[in-house]
Structures are given as structure tokens and as C-alpha cells.
Design a binder for this molecule. Sequence first.
Ligand SMILES: Nc1ncnc2c1ncn2[C@@H]1O[C@H](COP(=O)(O)OP(=O)(O)O)[C@@H](O)[C@H]1O
Ligand SMILES: [Mg+2]
Length: 163
Amino acid sequence: MAAVRSAVLPNPEATAALAAALAATAPPGAVVHLQGDLGTGKSTLARAWLRALGVTGPVRSPTYTLVERYPLASGGEALHLDLYRIGDAGELEFLGLDDADARLWLVEWPERGLGALPAPDLEVGLVVLGQGRACRLRFRTAAGDAWVAALDEQRRLRGVPEP
Ligand SMILES: Nc1ncnc2c1ncn2[C@@H]1O[C@H](COP(=O)(O)OP(=O)(O)O)[C@@H](O)[C@H]1O
Ligand SMILES: [Mg+2]
């Protein structure tokens, strides 16, 4: 049973704040699928997440490279994938992605790599809502269950109202 949470994100700063909260509570090796049409804020969320993990250099869109890798100060690396332009999911095998060393997977357009990607601990669905965005979080695995509990606790401590 997936745990579901939702949030209204009135501006890009709200998307970045959500990313920081997720970064602070994610289990090691978390696999995150970022779903939503072009322009819904997937890259905004990914960039803010990487920044929250201490990435200071440029965060480039992996639109053409399919993957960008970021070594983390805490060890291992974060993988940011954008599969919008992938031909077929088999292309992922040639990237030689090492699941073992990946501390985090942030995957835009994961539906184009299905079968060749690890199963998501969290699916983030983004849609346009007025001038802002609405977001739905689905926590799917056992690691996801612990994650949502940590996220709820963090929100409670900060006094942020539940959506
Ligand atoms: N919560 C939000 N409210 C309003 N605009 C947003 C929000 N999040 C992101 N944006 C804006 O939407 C635009 C597209 O964002 P981007 O992250 O590139 O989308 P995607 O990767 O899904 O195509 C950017 O101009 C970004 O600043
Ligand atoms: Mg993008």
C-alpha cells in the first residue's frame, strides 16, 4: 500500500522547499521518479534537491546526456536522469549506471525507461495549478514507508500544516 501526500506549491521557492524536506529525510539509495508535463517543475525540484545535498557547481539538464552524476560530500553519488529524448529503455544499459554506488536517483520522464530503471521508493507527480503547481507524493516501498514517517515528523516539528 502506497502512502500518499499532496501539497500546493504556489511558486518555485515552494518547490525548492519541498525538495529540501525530501532531501533531509530520504533513505540512502532512494529512487525518485519525477512525473509531469514539460514545465511542471521537475528540474526545479531536482536542482533544489541536489543543492540541499551540498552540490555547489552547475546543475545541467541531462536532456541530451540522459544522466548527470554528482559526487556527494557524504559519499557515493547522486544520479539525475532526464529520459525525455531516450530512444528506447535499452539505451539505459549503455550508460553503465551503478546502482550500488548511487545514493540517490532523480529521474525525469521515468515512464520512458520503464523496465530498465530501479523501482521507485517515491513517485512525485506535478501538475500546473493556476500560477503555481500541485504535487502528489506516492511512497511505494518499505523504505518509502519509513521515509514518509520521517517527512511527517519533520513537518510536525516545524509546525507546517498538513495539506
Ligand atoms: N511551484 C511552482 N510554481 C510556479 N512556477 C514554477 C514552480 N516550480 C517551477 N516553476 C517554474 O516552471 C518552469 C519550468 O520548470 P522546470 O523545472 O524546467 O520544469 P520541467 O523540468 O518539469 O520541464 C520554470 O520557469 C520554473 O521556475
Ligand atoms: Mg526538466
